[in-house]
Design a protein around this ligand. Structure first.
Ligand code: 3HC
Ligand code: NAI
Length: 659
């Protein structure tokens, strides 16, 4: 079966693209399209052409798998130029997503129509690229330059209705129609334009609007700051700027040069690796053919910081949620926390009034565990204490359906021991969310010694249904992400004693592209959490291991970070920006002297090398111990859990050991 076929309807030709799963522009598709234009231009019976894609989506872009290999002709820009130059009007009929090269093909067509659920965009920047087949040239010749630069440099697709308002679409079929009705509607549209002259191709038009040099400077500076070291958004904006200032031919050449340079650069390689690494996390051999259980009603035990966030995530993904707390006061507090999250989502227009009301109606609370009797899954988020956890799991065992999945959100406790308090421990697993749980995309799915495939499969499906990325981990202290965090935190402690400072380490990490440095992060999260863990592990710590007491000394002074106004930094009332504190410097120097360390200068590069080295070493142990499945899972955990810059690919990618 060919990826491109032509169907004839009186004077109309329908060019079908059929290249599952996302109709990517492989060589076969490009070749087929080129031949289709030639064939149809030669056919005097045909007066118009509809470009229609089979399956779930319009063309979702170039075939990413072809990047890095020699590209075989015809090249995409040539195919699109040929469509634009066709003697017949081409109508792109869009459903699903018209992305990247797919949208570029649509821009080469003379008309664009779509169903309401369609999305259009240029996500190339997320792959470290810019549009490379005329997107930055044709787009500002169709829509306003500011909108064009936003769409290309942010990489977020826009809805069909926004696209229509911007002038990107000629028609949206309203009210909503199903994708399989699109072809018929597109044919009606095409009959309607039969007598009109073919609109001039976008490449022959001037750009729609012009911006002043100052306006461009402001835009480019803003994007540079926001991109934190990632170059593609800036390059995308520069390409649009040039396109507005050059004639189309020059702009095409300039765009292509930028595209090729980026495609062959390190950032794009890293981002393409991350694209596939993210999709790889759910490919778990042992549950390949195991269907998850249905997930209609979900429960949360504990309505504190994490419980409320998890509960909000359940509601935001359209599920019914039951929250159970200890007593009426703590329950009210928990429900209020959820409510505040939903209110904030409403305010930020993430959800509308209707959805907000629906979500509130979907939330119930109780102080009795039997409220979980209809739940398909219950996530426990009570205090981090083995006794408390085992007690509540014994109760959950009695009060839930025997097939319901029981999950714990413990950060550090041994889930095998928690599971042992349930008659059928195979229905227990860990679901380790990150704070704030309604926002953070990472959830570690912790497999115990006896977890069933069915439970694991349901856990993965649950996490995906929340719009988050599940990463499989075995049981160990801290699982994947926190164990790596502990390892590199220790390395930072060593560097403090050896001569660096919190400010220098934090600045090095921010320069590297992390959202904040380790010590700033510790102040935000609270130093008491790590202190409690260190005290819990003190008895089993290897006495020969180097131990740095600086953080403990701060905690002994009641300096728990932002919440106490002091930690590694000092915080003025109402401020979240830390100021360096001479007392901290003094403590660092005292501890260095007590440990007999001769302090020395550190360079920024050395700091980051040591941090990456520590991460990689711990990651290798996680792989050796079988806690993590793949090096790429570890990279994803660092990216999604701690904001490791995507465009660097992750510590394992940097060290050259991804799989
Ligand atoms: N090339 C090759 N494979 C692709 C692909 C692409 N452009 N887009 C998706 N795939 C693959 C995925 O790897 C996945 O493969 P798998 O099943 O083996 O894991 C499969 O298609 C399905 O993808 P998803 O799991 O992501 O499916 P969803 O339905 O969740 O999402 C999507 C669909 C929104 C289209 C999403 O896949 C996506 O965002 N794709 C990337 C789109 C993109 O970045 N396009 C621009 C490409 S660069 C370009 O066009 C350059 C041009 O300017 C010259
Ligand atoms: P928290 O102290 O904010 O909330 C705990 C809640 O559990 C309280 O509201 C308390 O009333 C309730 N609770 C205690 N015993 C209960 C019982 N028997 N029945 C019903 N409710 C009970 O704690 P937080 O931060 O939400 O942590 C909860 C769990 O999540 C812990 O295991 C923690 O290790 C883990 N976790 C915490 C993260 C964080 O950043 N805070 C991140 C990831 C996991």
């Amino acid at each position: 079966m060919s990826a491109i076929s032509i169907e004839y309807h009186d004077k109309m030709a329908i060019v079908h693209v059929d290249n599952p799963p996302v109709n990517a522009l492989s060589q076969e598709v490009r070749q087929g399209l080129m031949e289709a234009v030639e064939t149809l231009d030669d056919n005097s019976e045909i007066s118009a052409v509809i470009l229609f894609c089979k399956g779930r989506t319009f063309i979702a872009g170039a075939d990413i798998r072809e990047f890095g290999k020699p590209i075989v002709a015809p090249h995409l820009p040539d195919v699109i130029d040929r469509i634009e130059a066709s003697t017949k009007p081409w109508v792109a009929a869009i459903h699903g997503t018209a992305l990247g090269g797919g949208l570029e093909v649509a821009l080469g067509c003379h008309y664009r129509v779509a169903i309401t659920s369609a999305k259009l965009g240029f996500p190339e920047v997320n792959l470290g690229l810019i549009p490379g087949a005329g997107g930055t040239v044709r787009l500002p010749r169709l829509i306003d330059a500011q909108d064009a630069v936003r769409i290309v440099s942010e990489g977020k697709p826009v809805s069909a209705s926004s696209a229509s308002q911007l002038g990107l679409l000629d028609h949206v079929f309203e009210p909503e129609i199903a994708a399989d009705e699109l072809l018929e509607k597109a044919m009606e549209f095409t009959v309607g334009i039969a007598d009109e002259a073919i609109p001039a191709g976008l490449s022959s038009r001037p750009s729609l609007s012009q911006l002043s040099a100052e306006a461009w400077d402001t835009i480019i500076n803003g994007i540079t700051k926001k991109s934190r070291g990632q170059i593609s958004p800036v390059e995308a904006a520069l390409a649009v700027q040039q396109s507005c200032q050059m004639d189309a031919d020059e702009a095409f050449k300039s765009e292509r040069q930028r595209f090729i340079k980026l495609r062959d650069g390190e950032q794009s390689k890293a981002l393409r690796y991350v694209f596939f690494a993210q999709r790889q996390t759910t490919k778990i051999k042992r549950i390949e053919n195991v269907s998850p259980l249905p997930l209609n009603i979900c429960g949360v035990l504990g309505g504190g910081t994490m419980g409320a966030g998890i509960c909000a995530a359940m509601l935001l993904s359209g599920k019914k949620a039951v929250m159970v707390e200890r007593d009426k006061d703590t329950l009210d507090a928990g429900l209020n926390r959820v409510n505040s999250i939903l209110q904030a989502s409403l305010k930020r227009k993430i959800i509308g009034e209707d959805k907000f009301n629906h979500m509130q109606a979907n939330l119930t609370g109780s102080i009795k565990h039997d409220a979980f009797c209809d739940c398909d899954i219950v996530v426990e988020a009570v205090f981090e204490d083995m006794g408390v956890k085992q007690q509540v799991f014994t109760s959950l065992d009695a009060e839930t359906k025997p097939e319901a999945v029981l999950a714990t959100n413990t950060s550090y406790l041994n889930i095998n021991e928690i599971a042992a308090s349930v008659k059928d421990p195979s229905r227990v697993l860990g679901l380790h969310f990150f704070s704030p749980a309604h926002i953070m995309k990472l959830v570690e799915v912790i497999s115990t010694d006896v977890v069933s495939d069915q439970t694991l499969s349901t856990g993965f499906a649950f996490v995906k249904s929340l719009g988050k990325t599940p990463i499989l981990s075995g049981v160990c202290e801290g699982f994947i992400a926190n164990r790596i965090l502990t390892a590199y935190r220790k390395e930072c402690d060593y560097m403090l004693e050896d001569g660096s400072s919190p400010q220098q380490i934090d600045a090095a990490m921010r320069d590297f592209g992390l959202p904040m440095g380790l010590f700033e992060m510790a102040d935000l999260a609270g130093l008491d959490i790590g202190w409690a863990t260190r005290k819990r592990l003190a008895a089993t710590r290897d006495p020969d291991e180097r131990y740095v007491r600086i953080a403990d000394r701060l905690c002994e002074l009641g300096r728990f970070g932002q919440k106490t106004g002091k930690g590694w930094y000092i915080y003025e009332v109402g401020s979240r920006t830390g100021i360096s504190d001479p007392l901290v410097d003094r403590i660092i120097k005292e501890e260095a002297a007590l440990s007999g360390v001769t302090r020395r200068e550190f360079t920024t590069d050395e700091i980051m090398d040591r941090i990456i080295g520590a991460m990689t070493k711990e990651a290798t142990s996680l792989l050796d111990e079988g806690i993590a499945e793949r090096a790429s899972d570890i990279d994803m955990a660092m990216i999604l859990g701690f904001g490791f810059p995507r465009w660097r690919g992750g510590p394992m990618f940097i060290s050259g050991t991804p799989n």
